[in-house]
Design a protein around this ligand. Structure first.
Ligand SMILES: [Zn+2]
Length: 323
């Protein structure tokens, strides 16, 4: 835009009424999404350096299709019968969970909706897509994100389990008990089979947090979720559950136990408790999450709970692409 035009626009903006301001904000927001979207798409496209099918670095640009730049693999290796090993076409999204989703131009806006934790209905309305598409997009966007866990927890690491009511929401067959209306209490008292245990382990200095669904609270089920991401020299703090002592003993990791809610020097689990409260409050807004998708929601919350999301929609989108 020319500088004289920009000045005229600014002068016009200076005369807006309150209602007109709201209108203009909407237009600006849409434009911002478009701009960010094309910047992100360009970055991703510029970053393509090999074929996602065979890994060859010999690739060439091959025009565009549906607004996405295409590439062609130029790997010249041949099979025994003389046919090419690869030679396939691809775009920047090939090989990512978002590869087959259409309307790429709405992806960034969708990421923004997820940052704002909009419901499926709200997303469908805002992006003018149907409910089923909105549902599919949500879970496709979370496919990579649910696997993103901190690589290593070190120093003082707090660990505890939290629980979510087992839910068969949206499932019509194969439910092992009579259906239950939303808000009804669980059928079994306490921590029975109606509760899904989730491990929460937090590195106190970095704030990195691991959350994972567990088959049970037993040491044999906690260990495979925790140990691969726990530094050998970490000090593990727990509320005194024997499972952690068993795990620590086997893996040679120091374990400090404190009774729940009691602050005993530096070996407490208050950071995990605080994380758990934030997670529960965040989940509450969804009015019951189907247990088959709980892992996706845990990943979604982990990403948003990081305070470093400077450009949220862009970072969320990159994470969804697994980058
Ligand atoms: Zn190839």
């Amino acid at each position: 835009m020319k500088s004289t035009e920009l000045k005229r626009l600014k002068d016009a903006l200076a005369t807006l009424s309150a209602d007109e301001c709201l209108d203009i904000k909407k237009v600006l927001r849409e434009r911002e999404n478009q701009v960010v979207s094309s910047v992100v798409m360009k970055e991703i496209t510029d970053g393509v350096d090999s074929c996602p099918h065979c890994g060859s670095k010999k690739i060439a640009k091959a025009g565009s299709k549906d607004g996405r730049k295409r590439f062609k693999c130029k790997n010249d290796k041949t099979n025994e019968d003389g046919s090419l090993v690869c030679g396939k076409s691809f775009n920047a999204l090939t090989g990512t969970p978002l590869a087959r989703l259409r309307q790429t131009e709405k992806h960034i806006e969708h990421a923004q909706c997820m940052v704002e934790k909009m419901t499926i209905r709200q997303v469908a309305k805002k992006l003018k897509i149907d409910i089923h598409t909105a549902f599919r997009w949500r879970h496709r966007f979370l496919e990579s994100i649910q696997h993103m866990q901190p690589s290593v927890l070190t120093g003082v690491v707090e660990a505890d389990e939290t629980f979510f009511l087992r839910s068969y929401k949206g499932q019509r067959t194969g439910i092992p008990r009579p259906s239950k209306k939303r808000g009804m209490p669980g059928c079994t008292a306490g921590l029975g089979p109606d509760q899904v245990p989730v491990l929460v382990a937090r590195d106190r200095s970095s704030g990195e947090t691991l959350t994972a669904m567990l088959p049970s609270r037993k040491a044999k089920d906690i260990a495979p979720a925790l140990l691969p991401r726990l530094s050998k020299d970490a000090v593990l703090c727990s509320d005194g559950a024997s499972a952690y002592r068993v795990i620590g003993k086997k893996a040679g990791i120091e374990v400090k136990s404190t009774p729940a809610k009691k602050a005993a020097g530096i070996y407490h689990i208050q950071n995990v408790n605080a994380y758990d409260s934030r997670l529960k409050a965040w989940m509450f807004g969804f009015k019951g999450v189907a247990s088959v998708y709980l892992q996706n929601y845990l990943g979604w919350h982990r990403l948003l709970d990081k305070t470093s999301l400077a450009l949220p929609s862009k970072e969320f989108y990159s994470a969804a692409l697994g980058k």
